[in-house]
Each structure stands twice: as C-alpha cells, then as structure tokens.
Design a protein around this ligand. Structure first.
Ligand code: DGL
Length: 254
C-alpha cells in the first residue's frame, strides 16, 4: 500500500531546494512538502537561541501536517536541532553528519575547507565530525545574501573571490558547501579552486533518508506543496532554476 504521507523539508529560504531537488529525484514515489522560511532568513546571523526556537516552530508546523519524515535542509538549523527529538515523532534527518561523512570519503590529503554560515561555524558543527582532519572553517554568511538578493554574476564572483582567494595556496583538496544556499554559487567557488572537490548536501542527505524510511515501492504520482513565510511571487521569481512541478503554494505565518 502506498504511504501518501509527505516528507517535510525546510530551510530559511531557497537553499534547501538544492537538497529537495535531489530528494525528489531519488524518491520518485514520495510526496513532499517544502517550507521556505523566508521571513526569518538569514538564520546564520541570528543567535543560537533564536535559531533553536525557529527550528522547533518550523518542525512542529510540518509535523502537524502529518509528515512521514523531517529533513532539515539547512545546516544552521541542523546545528541547532538537538532538542527536536522531544517535539517531533517522525525520523529527523539533518544535513551535517551525512555531508561531513561524504567529504571524509572524498578527500585524499585530509585537508578540508568548511564554508558555512557564521552560526554553523561558531557552533563547531562540522569541525566535531572532522577531528582527525586539517580543517579550515570559513564564516561566509554574506554568501547567503548573494543568493537571496540575486546579486549579479560579477558582484557575486567579486564577493566570493575576496573572501576565498587567500586560501588558494593552502593545499585544500575538498570544500564542504556547508550551507544549502552555496551549491547555487558552485561555479564561482570552482573558478577560484579549479582542482578542488565541492561537496554539497543533496546526495549524502538522500542516502541518510533512505536508511530512515520505508520507501514507496509502488508507483505514486509525486506531489510537491510549498509553503513560505515570505511572499509567494517573490519566491517564485527567485527559483526559476528549480524545475520541479509545484502542485500548490501558500503563504503562511508560523
Ligand atoms: N541554507 C542555510 C544553511 O544551510 C541557512 C542560510 C541562512 O539562512 O543563513 O545553513
């Protein structure tokens, strides 16, 4: 029998769609709900307490819709989600541990850069999984704004280059895109580090989800409902690159 309950996914904005896109590809018979919490974006510049509260509120919102699993498609929220288990009664999948494991399996010289929001870095969230590695942790909350504010290609590259150019000779062979907005900036980052492996969260998170739910085996017409705490039209304008069909979209206050 098909389990129609959707998988709930959330982020502070459009970054989590980079994870959702892969989940929808790998789980073709599952339904999805995505919450873009644009009202509270950016999380990475908030306090730990603020993000903990937002994470609980968003998770409860999705949990109350009858989801079968919760994917926190946001590193900053994942880093501040330890109490969530007390509020949500379905499997919870964060992005940090799977992404860190993926980077560990890819690096050859054990020299890894973690690029994430200020709060994700100051919570030590990746560093704690990378104890035996040489880690360069870079706070890059301003990169979130590049994406959300749709800065021009030139301005985007300049901001990223200014931040990262001094690390070019540090022998880094792997960069963790430790914010789900950053895969949307991959081409700029790759231009600065042409020989480095960029690790995003999508595939690793899909594998982690696979281990936590029973997938529908029978054919089910996949559906996607999107909620936003911001403006619907603005969101749609920003996600033209996201090619999945959205069956229903609604503005909500959480
Ligand atoms: N996409 C998010 C992350 O992975 C949050 C970005 C933000 O709101 O600061 O951390």
């Amino acid at each position: 029998m098909i389990d129609k309950r959707p998988i709930g996914v959330f982020d502070s904005g459009i970054g989590g769609l980079t994870v959702l896109d892969i989940l929808m590809e790998k789980f073709p018979n599952e339904n999805f709900i995505y919450l873009a919490d644009t009202y509270n974006c950016p999380y990475g510049e908030k306090t730990k307490e603020e993000v903990e509260k937002i994470t609980i509120d968003n998770s409860l919102f999705l949990n109350n819709l009858g989801i079968k699993a919760l994917v926190i498609a946001c590193n900053t929220a994942t880093a501040n989600s330890s109490s969530l288990i007390n509020f949500v009664d379905v499997p919870i999948i964060g992005v940090i541990e799977p992404t860190a494991s993926c980077a560990k399996s890819i690096t050859k010289n054990r020299n890894i850069m973690v690029l994430a929001t200020d709060l994700t870095i100051s919570c030590n969230s990746y560093q704690k999984y990378l104890n035996d590695y040489f880690v360069t942790a870079v706070k890059a909350s301003e990169f979130v704004k590049i994406v959300e504010e749709e800065k021009s290609e030139e301005e985007s590259f300049n901001i990223i280059n200014n931040k990262l150019k001094d690390f070019q000779d540090k022998n880094i062979d792997t960069i963790i895109l430790g914010c789900t907005h950053f895969p949307l900036l991959s081409k700029h980052i790759q231009k600065i580090f042409p020989n480095v492996s960029l690790i995003s969260s999508g595939i690793a998170t899909a594998l982690a989800l696979e281990g936590k739910i029973t997938k529908n085996k029978e054919k089910n017409k996949q559906s996607l409902v999107v909620f936003t705490t911001g403006n619907k039209e603005e969101l749609l304008n920003k996600i033209k690159w996201f090619k999945r069909k959205i069956d229903y979209m609604m503005e909500v206050t959480i």
